[in-house]
Design a protein around this ligand. Structure first.
Ligand code: KG4
Ligand code: ZN
Length: 344
């Protein structure tokens, strides 16, 4: 953006799952504040997110979190150009808290309201970390709810090349961690345990569909790991948790990388970005970087804090949506099963 153009300040709000978050971002790139109030500890007791508890917590936290985001950015509500909010996909009760807060703020301040698709938010996390990144490129979005290979054609045009047919990659991490008694969320726990394990100790399945080579399936992998755990248990053998974690993590990383790199080759992409909670995984980052470099493709990933749910990525995506005229009116509602690229 040229120096002669006025900066656009976006307040972003995110409440789609178990993080209450608000952030102030300038021109989709520069983060002035990024406040995240995580409910992880609260839900860990139940081994996963309890929707009713999440909604109630969002209601308690949303206003202080927004206040903190403005204070830390040293920006007043009057100085904000637009308010961007996640309206889907996610838990309906959780989404509604953010959407209602954003609507109330936009209405009372007479500011534009911008609707943001959570998955497009994850993709935009890369713009926060890499100032020179511009479309087109290929992005793997792997989180607790989604596993997509997306061709980013412009800041607001997306084409899905592959998706999961059952579990999301992060969901598989969470389920396996639960079976192994490692707690919630599973990704970081499995990554930690895997560090001392042998990734070749178990050969878990890597699924590929001949008719849709970029689609994923993780349910067979999940079942294979669970069966292994049960069989070892029945034989009374000690559970090699670290080896199981390392072998499982390698299997997930292998399929994510294999499908993403072949999709990138198919569209002759020079850049692969990864995004979403699972993009925090260092093994995935490593293997992706190595395999892509063999094809002369560079790999970018967001700073760790922008991988898992946050509002800076929502304010970032909100900037590009706002610039593209994607504002909403007071009828804006939460859309729990919103698909990527859908604007309604
Ligand atoms: O993006 P995110 O915060 O929320 C969704 O939009 O779903 O992603 C959360 C998911 C969880 O399933 C968590 O287990 C996974 O990301 N995750 C990881 C790691 N950190 C978080 N998976 C693998 N390795 C990690 N280091
Ligand atoms: Zn997310």
């Amino acid at each position: 953006m040229g120096d002669d153009m006025k900066d656009t300040i976006i307040l972003g709000i995110e409440t789609s799952c178990d993080e209450t978050a608000a952030s102030v971002v300038v021109n989709g790139r520069k983060v002035l504040s990024n406040i995240i109030s995580s409910q992880v500890k609260l839900h860990a007791e139940y081994g996963g997110v309890v929707p009713e508890i999440a909604s109630r917590k969002h209601v308690e936290l949303i206003l202080p979190v927004i206040d903190n985001a403005l204070k830390e950015a040293n920006v007043t509500l009057e100085e904000v150009d637009a308010i961007a909010v996640t309206y889907g996909p996610g838990l309906v009760g959780a989404l509604l808290v953010g959407v209602s807060a954003a609507k109330a703020l936009a209405f009372s301040l007479n500011k534009p309201l911008v609707r943001v698709n959570h998955i497009e938010g994850h993709i935009a996390a890369n713009y926060l970390t890499h100032p020179d990144l511009e479309p087109p490129y290929l992005c793997l979005v792997a989180s607790g709810g989604h596993s997509h290979i997306v061709h980013i054609m412009s800041y607001t045009d997306f084409r899905i090349m592959g998706r999961t047919r059952d579990d999301a990659a992060g969901e598989a991490f969470d389920k396996i961690a639960r079976v192994l008694g490692l707690g919630y969320p599973g990704g970081p726990a499995i990554e930690k345990a895997a560090r001392n394990g042998d990734p070749e100790a178990f050969r878990f399945p890597r699924v590929k569909f001949s008719d849709a080579p970029y689609d994923f399936s993780f349910s067979g992998l999940k079942t294979a790991v669970i069966n292994t755990v049960h069989q070892l248990g029945q034989r009374g053998e000690p559970l090699p948790v670290e080896d199981i974690c390392a072998s499982f993590q390698r299997a997930v990383a292998d399929v994510l990388v294999d499908h993403t790199v072949s999709a990138a080759k198919a569209i002759k992409a020079g850049t692969i970005c990864i995004a979403g909670g699972v993009s925090a995984n260092s093994q995935l980052r490593e293997i992706m970087t190595q395999k892509a470099s063999e094809e002369n493709i560079r790999v970018l990933y967001p700073k760790l804090v922008y991988c898992t749910d946050n509002a800076a990525m929502i304010a970032g995506a909100g900037f590009f949506a706002f610039r593209n005229g994607r504002t909403a009116d007071w009828r804006l509602n939460a859309v729990p099963s919103l698909k990527i690229g859908e604007t309604d």
